[in-house]
Design a protein around this ligand. Structure first.
Ligand SMILES: [Zn+2]
Ligand SMILES: [Zn+2]
Length: 331
């Protein structure tokens, strides 16, 4: 099968012919239709994550695929069914975190497109218990970004609690989906983009943001909570400065540049700085139930599989409005 292979971090992905993966017990084999490109893929590519990925690696953890085979005991999905594969590829179900319903923090978790090969390929295998059925409303391309940008963003939104005025710092793949969910929930969204990014600000307003401006601008009102989507540590401090008493400021990314020192005054009055890590299956089920009700519409820019490198670079440069998606065999 054809795959885009990462041999070493920093080295351009290589189009290669590699052996087809075969499903083990409890796994399904999927013909990949689409695979979303995530900011995390860039962090893997740049070797910015703790630990080390499998190498060589097929990245990609927002996979929409069609079931074409099943391993021993895998009976959840029928052949031909369309399923989504997220970042959490497997959790042990037995560690203290899993037992407490926090499988996103599993000590032995395996992540798709990191510990195991993912969706930048024609075929992949996945643990069936960690796959999601995809709502019919969505095309293969539109469904892909829901699987990480959408559902880890959704987890971040839950972590800001009941905040009515929510600041989004960085308005890319994840924020453009969550903006729609937040507005649907009756929240007021204030979007911060790169300074001078007029089109990005217009995009945010088109999705229901009440206000949009550059990240160095002052919001017109205090924020009751904020999600920092951009991997830029100083934005955590910016968000604290903009926040009201009791606000929670959550980093939604897996990696961030250093957070500069700041005065305790900014944290005082029960403000909280936090992070979101990975997802639970419950997060995924909840978002995929809510998304068609909103209805969330993902803006996607598609690339053929062999242009994965270009998709990564466009995502890095902020050239994409919404989400970048590789189309492998969509119909
Ligand atoms: Zn566990
Ligand atoms: Zn991701």
């Amino acid at each position: 099968m054809r795959a885009m292979v990462l041999d070493q971090p920093g080295r351009p992905l290589r189009l290669a012919e590699i052996p087809e993966p075969e499903p083990g017990p409890g796994q399904v084999k999927l013909a990949v239709r689409t695979c979303g490109v995530c900011r995390t893929d860039l962090h893997i590519y740049d070797a910015e994550l703790q630990g080390a990925p499998k190498l060589p690696l097929v990245m990609g953890h927002q996979i929409v695929g069609e079931v074409v085979g099943a391993g021993e005991g895998a009976e959840r999905f029928a052949i031909g069914e369309r399923v989504g594969v997220p970042w959490l590829g497997w959790a042990d179900g037995t560690c203290r975190y899993c037992r407490e319903g926090r499988e996103n923090l599993c000590e032995h978790a395996r992540f798709t497109g990191y510990d195991v090969d993912g969706g930048y390929a024609e075929l992949t295998v996945a643990a069936e218990d960690f796959c999601f059925p995809i709502p019919d409303l969505y095309s293969d391309a539109e469904a892909a970004p829901l699987l990480c940008a959408g559902l880890i963003g959704y987890r971040a939104l839950r972590l800001v609690g009941e905040a009515e005025r929510v600041g989004f710092y960085g308005f890319g793949s994840s924020a453009h989906i969550l903006c729609q969910v937040a507005v649907h929930e009756g929240r007021r969204v204030f979007a911060f983009t790169r300074d001078g990014d007029g089109p990005g600000q217009a995009f945010a307003r088109s999705l229901g943001a009440e206000w949009a401006g550059g990240s160095s601008e002052t919001a017109p009102e205090e924020l009751d909570g904020a999600i920092v989507f951009a991997a830029v540590g100083p934005l955590m401090v910016q968000a604290l400065k903009a926040s009201a008493r009791g606000a929670r400021v959550i980093s939604a990314g897996i990696h961030m540049s250093e957070i500069p020192a700041f005065s305790y005054d900014l944290l005082w009055e029960e403000r909280t700085l936090g992070s979101v890590a990975n997802l639970t299956r419950a997060d995924g089920e909840e978002l995929l139930r809510i998304a068609p009700e909103v209805p969330v519409r993902a803006a996607v820019t598609t690339y053929p599989l062999e242009h994965a490198q270009r998709a990564l670079e466009d995502a890095r440069a902020g050239r994409i409005e919404g989400s970048a998606v590789l189309v492998v065999s969509s119909r």
